[in-house]
Design a protein. Structure first.
Length: 403
């Protein structure tokens, strides 16, 4: 069903997005509503960002309460909630220290600077090389696009940033050959998101961690999409044995839709970052921290993670059944937890539009995938409804191919 065009003309916006012809006015849990009151089932959650669904009462309460007290003071003062949230994140992870940002890209930027500075401060100024993997996505800053190496995202932006290399995702031998005395860091997503929900096998992550350790190379995990409960553990690398990184980037679900990111590190990895080495005007301001604290409180509850694992079992069973009924549409079901990819035979963009016709919202992805990224709090009934709407989407795609 076509939605009327939004009343505000879009032609003054920089044309960097291929937007769906759809606008929403409000949301609640796993539902989004247009201005005319039409409901859509949200299986993309702002790209794994509204992990707790829309208008979660605890997050709304945190934002309102803080909004009436204090918005912003600058990092030249102590911000007690920042200290609290950092303490909370460190208690839940390998990390000792946290730097707060406003986005995922900025968390990646901090991680990359931190890695080089670590070696520099130890007298190894030549250790500048950062190794990333194909299919990765780390955001849109200069450093982030080179860390991911996606040619489409670096093209036309001038001479390449020195010191970045891209290897094949999951190719341990290539990494073994490439890693050496000039390598500063290896950066990867334990489960690639934008690349099309590609999970690195757990044993590979363990081996990669071992290899970086042997060479004195820092491991940066980008858990911006895979982290904070998305895979059924608080962080995706926790599924693998002994795979804790030196530095980890977090964002998206951390603010549940409020812009906030974080770069977490061991005190060793962060040891080069003294006073003046980095900073941010907004990063970690009181509004963001109030929401972040409330979100982390909910995301770390054992019941939240148990629910994700149950939901993930339900999705993986139903999607396997769907794939065997529609092998002409779905080539492969992949991913981990609720970071689910369907590799398609027809075009993913056509499939996303057909799903929208069924009032189901899903995300695109590389490798001709669509991603299902439901809010972690989606009910089992809503999950079954999502599957039914996907089934109707597959039927429609099949009918169209036959016509
Ligand atoms: C979304 C994402 C980013 C970039 O985050 P922004 O908030 O858009 O800057 C980086 N890495 C991964 C894995 C992501 O999914």
């Amino acid at each position: 069903m076509a939605e009327p065009a939004p009343p505000v003309p879009a032609d003054h916006l920089l044309g960097v997005y291929n937007r769906a012809p759809l606008a929403f006015e409000r949301g609640e849990g796993a539902r989004l509503y247009t201005a005319s009151g039409e409901a859509y089932l949200d299986c993309l959650a702002g790209i794994a960002t509204t992990g707790l669904g829309h208008a979660h009462p605890k997050l709304v309460e945190a934002l309102k309460t803080q909004g009436e007290k204090l918005w912003h003071v600058s990092n030249i003062f102590r911000i007690p909630d920042q200290e609290r949230l950092a303490g909370r994140l460190c208690a839940e992870t390998f990390a000792d220290v946290v730097f707060f940002t406003n986005s995922g890209t900025e968390a990646v930027e901090c991680a990359l600077k931190m890695a080089r500075k670590y070696h520099w401060a130890r007298g190894e100024a030549d250790r500048i090389e950062v190794i990333g993997f194909d299919g990765a996505f780390h955001g849109r800053s200069y450093a982030a696009v080179y860390a991911a190496g996606n040619p489409a995202y670096v093209e036309g932006f001038g001479p390449p940033l020195p010191g970045y290399r891209t290897l094949k995702f999951g190719d341990h031998e290539a990494l073994k050959a490439a890693i050496g005395p000039t390598t500063a860091a290896v950066i990867l997503e334990p489960v690639q998101g934008e690349g099309g929900a590609r999970a690195l096998p757990e044993s590979c992550l363990t081996a990669l961690r071992q290899l970086t350790r042997e060479h004195g190379v820092l491991l940066i995990l980008d858990e911006i999409q895979s982290g904070l409960g998305r895979t059924g553990r608080l962080f995706a690398h926790e599924w693998a044995h002994d795979a804790a990184p030196d530095i980890m980037c977090v964002a998206k679900a951390l603010g549940g839709g409020f812009p906030v990111g974080a770069c977490l590190a061991t005190s060793e990895a962060a040891s080069g970052m003294g006073v003046g080495a980095h900073g941010s005007t907004y990063g970690g301001n009181p509004l963001a921290m109030a929401v972040g604290l409330a979100a982390v409180e909910e995301l770390t509850r054992p019941e939240t993670l148990e629910h994700v694992r149950r939901l993930s079992g339900l999705f993986s069973q139903s999607l396997a059944a769907l794939q065997s009924r529609f092998p002409d549409i779905i080539e492969e079901v992949r991913g981990k937890g609720l970071l689910i990819g369907l590799k398609l035979i027809p075009s993913n963009r056509a499939f996303m539009a057909a799903a929208r016709d069924q009032h189901l919202l899903i995300a695109g992805g590389g490798d001709n995938c669509v991603r299902l990224l439901p809010p972690l709090i989606m009910s089992e009934d809503e999950a079954r409804e999502a599957i039914a709407r996907l089934e109707a989407t597959c039927e429609a795609m099949r009918a169209e191919a036959a016509a």
